[in-house]
Design a protein around this ligand. Sequence first.
Ligand code: APR
Ligand code: PHB
Length: 389
Amino acid sequence: MRVQVAIVGGGPAGHLLGQLLHKAGIEAIVIERHSREYVLGRIRAGVLEQGTTDLLDEAGVGARMHHEGLLHGGISLDFGGTHHRIDLHHLTGGKQVMVYGQTEVTRDLMDARAAAGLATAYEAEQVSLHDFDGERPRVRYVQHGVAHEVECDFIAGCDGYHGVSRASVPASALQTFERIYPFGWLGMLTDTPPVSHELVYTNHARGFALCSMRSHTRSRYYLQCSLDDKVENWSDQAFWDELRRRLAPDLAEQLQTGPSIEKSIAPLRSFVAEPMRFGRLFLAGDAAHIVPPTGAKGLNLAASDVGYLGRALTEFYAGNEGGINAYSDTCLRRVWKAVRFSWWFTSLMHKFPDSGGFGEKIQAAELDYLIHSQAASTALAENYVGLPL
Ligand code: APR
Ligand code: PHB
């Protein structure tokens, strides 16, 4: 088989790139290791910046998101027994975020791809990348026992942190930067109405908590937990009790509880691999960088990477190589700003095992400053809604 672009990985990054290329008349195949159902079974964050919703519109998949998604003009910071609204809309000159789960974004992209009859290889095993340092890269894989080879002009490595794309680059050509945080997030999804109509980020002496949502009837809550904690240690009742302890009293009182639909623990990490291009291989999304979920930047960064890549490849086929040559530097400027923001917001809101009384006093002073200084709350707001593309 021969295509212009072979996309390795069919998560949100790979599927969004596929749609953007399709709109530009560029032929691509998406090669995904797992089944469609498996990919849709992963529960991830659900806050979209306007730049991301614009790209989904450009890709022609925004309709259900605009119908079912929730526009939020603010978030709350909960600490010291009370909560304070950060008016994102006012502080950013009218911007908002869209609350719409990553699972739904991916489902819309997969449905659009299937409806257009575009090539997708699910359950692709032994995926390997070849000759991307020359003009004729190839991707090989085995599907249901049959070996396949795809010849292409470019490979887009959209296969996440554990994928084969970054691992195929010689280690000497890569520089990596990493920070591991000394805690995880225990997440729980429930069919209960959200405790507040906007997201609440809580800094409490017992640890961070987040009240998020997927709709008016489905909530997503998180608790900071220790790295060696296990989901089995947390009954639904234990989760609700701990969440109630961490929330401001008026929120705790309003909290509506019910059985969980899903519970999982995720570690927190910041990671960047540079550069994001090697010859004719481009890395995008989690394949190139990871941020901790505080602030929900992961999916938005994946979207901005593939937005740049889609444009760069479109320009290339129109005879201009400028975009593909600038791809890595353009992405990394934005990536590092989101890495910085996610690190900062994580540092501000979590209980750090070793920071002691000094660290807690500094957090309290910064939170107080944040809610009383328009300059400081504007800095939070403009990063939260997303820096310009
Ligand atoms: N071959 C083919 N596909 C692979 C391989 C491989 N060797 N390894 C992994 N994959 C697939 C995974 O099964 C997954 O479906 O690549 C996809 C990568 O998807 P994600 O991990 O979701 O990464 P990405 O598309 O970059 O999405 C960005 O935003 O909210 C954050 O981390 C969150 O997933 C999210 C990310
Ligand atoms: C989520 O809804 O899962 C979510 C929202 C905001 C975050 C992280 C996760 O910062």
